[in-house]
Design a protein around this ligand. Structure first.
Ligand code: IPE
Ligand code: IPE
Ligand code: MG
Ligand code: MG
Ligand code: MG
Length: 804
């Protein structure tokens, strides 16, 4: 294959920002020199004596000497899939420190291009290990129910609060949510999300390298803000350039057009117009295009001129080598070793070099060299792990190609031998025999094989190994002995990777279950809300029932009865059928409160639930009387809770009457606060009384009927308070920036009425922070509930993410 790409010239209608041919040729030359040196070492098997020697001393720290220790560690060690318990086990068996040390050292070497022999690096690693250790101990203790704390939105937000970068975090959460919503079916959503998060974390890590305890808070905030936005901007290129071109979502024509668009963007330093795109993928492509465009602009505006050029050059090398790699076909038997290895040396190193050049942390000496030589190590390790998947997809990697053509093409390098050669070259030549480097790389190598053995099973693994090592069997015997017996070679980033994938998958499943659940239950609730007309003679009484039904049958979300349903069914094991009167009662109370709220004397709104408000359709008197009718109807319903004791029903009646009284107080406080400057505390109080209290009722009424203990009711109330306020702040935000057609009620009312809401009092940005703060409070209060909390967790997520 040739690396000539004269077709690029056709895009040079704008003045090119970089000289594509020149920078790619230069990179190819450099990769070629590196490759030749590796070729020499692999041909003469120079790596074997070097590695045998290294393994000899490595072995000492990794073999269990006592049969008993071996027994214990084998039998008590929890499955790493059980993230929290695994970390706890590491802690109690005294392994956590070393575990984190080798993991962080490895990441410093791989992602930051650090030289592990430098005392400064050593010190930094110590600091990170210490911080991480404390964090993990704090968040994996036995009192933590959630198995996904590290990815938990509320703990992330709390971290952002500590760093005073709440707005940035909110921005990021919203962006990630959008990305996730746009990922098409043909793409692995969890992998895409994981990669994006990983890139952002990587850029943040680079940035943390450039700041220390003496950095002023303001500068620190700014740097972290920029790093997060840059990380996102750069990270987007993984799902929206790399993965999308790999996936079978776009047609071949679309792919070629899309990839030309990216190429032009890199050459000119700006993303051109998209033009008209075929209908099928238009929405997706327009979204990717506009996000990438924004990302390009952001990256450009945050870099110095010299960084910028090198960024685009690296990005071009990355993109072009990917493209060259991508178009290879497994059926083509004529690729040379250079065809196979040069693009992967380039893509693997340039991706890391870009990550560095997006951040402006100072570069340390030798970074570029180390990173350049390091890339292929990772690539070969990944290709090894993915060999069978790649084979199935007929993707060309050094492994799949060698597997297919090894008999007819004795000139092909065995990729597994090249892998060991790269390792030996790194230890011996690039890192000058540094003991720590050797330790960490060998840990990683043995761990990779162990993981492969676990994945494939012993039989398939041995078969694969004998295939790959037929002419280095002696060396392989040594390696396999280590794979079987060596311990303490696992890594935190791998644990985190697995944990992230499972958590993302779980989250997605739970989210879908939540959606289905609320849809189904809402459907059922809708079927029994209608109020039957009683008697036959009185025309007047029919009007009020009609008016009540008009309000009720409109498209309400039914959140309050829904919550009551789930709490009753899932926590208190009550049969929902026995509670239909309660659900009616709750929704009637709520509908009445809306009728009053919309009156001209209150918020004066013309639409509600997608139709005219009651006073607007009928008249004031009808609206007022229907409100009163519904509050009374709500109490009547409670008396039909025939499966419960009279005492329980009395408690419900008493409690709900108090709730209605409190709501009246809240509504009046709200109206009286028009135009006033309220404190946060006052805002909280008003929201609690006008809105939170109805949420409280939905949680507490089933608990009362079930005879729950007071402390449990208190815990529910605590959660409800925070959740209710979160709900109201989101309502205030939607009033300011929502879409009236989705909401089914007018927007902009709060400003028009001079209402004192979180948004009118604090502004959008601060209101968002308050919403997140209450969201976190609610999330944290879930830990005090003795029940399964998945539904409530998703309810909170729904509350902050809803658009109506
Ligand atoms: C609106 O409540 C009143 C507030 C407390 C903000 P909802 O948003 O739950 O209204 P519906 O029942 O879905 O119409
Ligand atoms: C309503 O608050 C509180 C009630 C319980 C009625 P809002 O006045 O903000 O509710 P919307 O926006 O009109 O639904
Ligand atoms: Mg109001
Ligand atoms: Mg209102
Ligand atoms: Mg409102």
């Amino acid at each position: 294959m040739s690396y000539n790409h004269s077709n690029i010239t056709s895009y040079k209608d704008n003045t090119p920002f970089i000289n594509a041919d020149e920078c790619y040729e230069f990179a190819v030359k450099r990769a070629g020199d590196y490759f030749n040196s590796l070729l020499h070492q692999v041909t003469y098997k120079e790596y074997i004596p070097i590695l045998v020697n290294e393994f000899k001393s490595w072995k000492k720290g990794h073999m269990c000497h006592f049969a008993l220790t071996g027994y214990i560690s084998k039998h008590i060690r929890p499955d790493p899939k059980d993230y929290n318990r695994y970390i706890q086990w590491l802690k109690y068996s005294g392994r956590l420190e070393n575990y984190l040390d080798r993991s962080i050292s490895y990441i410093f070497m791989r992602d930051l291009g650090k030289d592990l022999s430098s005392p400064d690096t050593h010190q930094r690693i110590r600091r990170v290990v210490e911080r991480l250790k404390n964090y993990l101990i704090r968040y994996t203790g036995s009192d933590h129910k959630s198995n996904s704390q590290i990815l938990d939105l509320s703990s992330l937000y709390r971290k952002a609060q500590e760093e005073h970068i709440e707005s940035t975090m909110i921005w990021l959460m919203d962006k990630l949510k959008e990305v996730s919503a746009h990922l098409p079916e043909g793409m692995d959503a969890e992998q895409a999300e994981r990669k994006l998060v990983k890139i952002i974390a990587g850029v943040l890590m680079h940035e943390f390298e450039g700041i220390n305890d003496s950095t002023p808070t303001k500068i620190r905030m700014q740097k972290l803000d920029v790093a997060i936005r840059l990380g996102y901007s750069y990270g987007l290129t993984y799902p929206f350039i790399d993965d999308i071109l790999d996936a079978n979502v776009l047609s071949p024509e679309e792919k070629s057009r899309y990839s030309n668009l990216i190429r032009t963007s890199l050459l000119n330093g700006s993303v051109p117009e998209l033009g008209i795109w075929p209908e099928k993928n238009r929405k997706l492509v327009s979204y990717m295009h506009s996000e990438l465009r924004e990302a390009f602009l952001y990256i450009k505006s945050h870099q110095s001129q010299e960084h910028l050029k090198s960024f685009f050059e690296q990005a071009y090398v990355f993109f072009n080598s990917q493209e060259i790699d991508r178009i290879k076909e497994l059926s083509n038997s004529t690729y040379t070793n250079e065809d196979l290895y040069i693009p992967i040396i380039l893509k693997s190193s340039s991706s890391r070099l870009i990550a560095r050049s997006v951040s402006d942390a100072d570069e340390d000496r030798g970074f570029d060299e180390r990173t350049f030589y390091y890339g292929i190590y990772n690539q070969l390790a990944d290709d090894f792990a993915d060999m069978f998947d790649d084979m199935e997809e007929s993707a060309v990697t050094p492994y799949t190609y060698w597997m297919k053509y090894r008999d007819e093409r004795p000139d092909l390098i065995n990729p597994f031998e090249l892998y060991w050669t790269v390792i030996s070259n790194l230890i011996h030549n690039v890192y000058n025999n540094d003991a720590k480097t050797s330790e960490v790389i060998l840990d990683r190598a043995i761990n990779g094989l162990k993981r492969c053995r676990e994945r494939l099973g012993a039989y398939k693994y041995n078969e694969l190994m004998s295939l790959l090592t037929s002419n280095i069997s002696e060396f392989n015997d040594l390696v396999q002995e280590l794979v079987m017996k060596a311990d303490d070679v696992d890594f935190f980033d791998k644990l985190l990777r697995d944990h992230m994938l499972t958590s993302f998958k779980n989250e997605r499943n739970q989210r879908n279950t939540f959606k289905d659940t609320i849809e189904n239950i809402r459907h059922e609730i809708n079927s029994f809300l209608n109020i039957a007309k009683s008697g036959s003679n009185s025309l007047l009484s029919q009007t009020v029932v009609d008016a009540a039904n008009y309000s009720i049958e409109a498209a309400g979300k039914r959140l309050r009865p829904l919550i009551a349903w789930i709490i009753a069914r899932d926590i208190y094991r009550l049969e929902p059928k026995t509670l239909f009167p309660l659900f009616r009662s709750i929704e009637y109370m709520h509908s009445a409160s809306l009728i009053y709220d919309d009156l001209p004397s209150q918020d004066n709104a013309d639409t509600r639930r997608g139709r005219k408000t009651l006073h607007n359709l009928y008249d004031l008197a009808t609206a007022e009387l229907t409100g009163l009718y519904l509050t009374q109807k709500a109490i009547e319903e409670q008396t039909y809770l025939n499966d419960f004791s009279a005492e329980a029903i009395l408690r419900i009646v008493r409690y709900s009457c108090c709730v209605t009284q409190d709501m009246c107080k809240g509504q009046l406080m709200d109206l009286q606060s028009k135009g006033k400057n309220l404190t946060l505390e006052e805002l909280d109080t008003i929201c609690f009384y006008k809105t939170g209290i109805a949420f409280e009722a939905s949680l507490v009424m089933p608990a009362i009927l079930a005879g729950a203990r007071d402390c449990e009711i208190e815990a529910l109330k605590r959660f409800a308070r925070f959740a209710g306020i979160t709900f109201q702040i989101k309502d205030d935000l939607l009033d300011a920036e929502g879409d009236a057609s989705l909401l089914g009620k007018p927007t902009g009312k709060d400003i028009l009425n001079s209402n004192s809401t979180f948004v009118t009092a604090l502004g959008l940005e601060e209101a968002r922070k308050e919403m997140w703060n209450h969201f976190c409070n609610a999330m944290e209060s879930l830990n005090t509930l003795p029940h399964n909390i998945t539904f409530l967790k998703h309810l909170l997520l729904y509350i902050i993410n809803r658009d109506h």
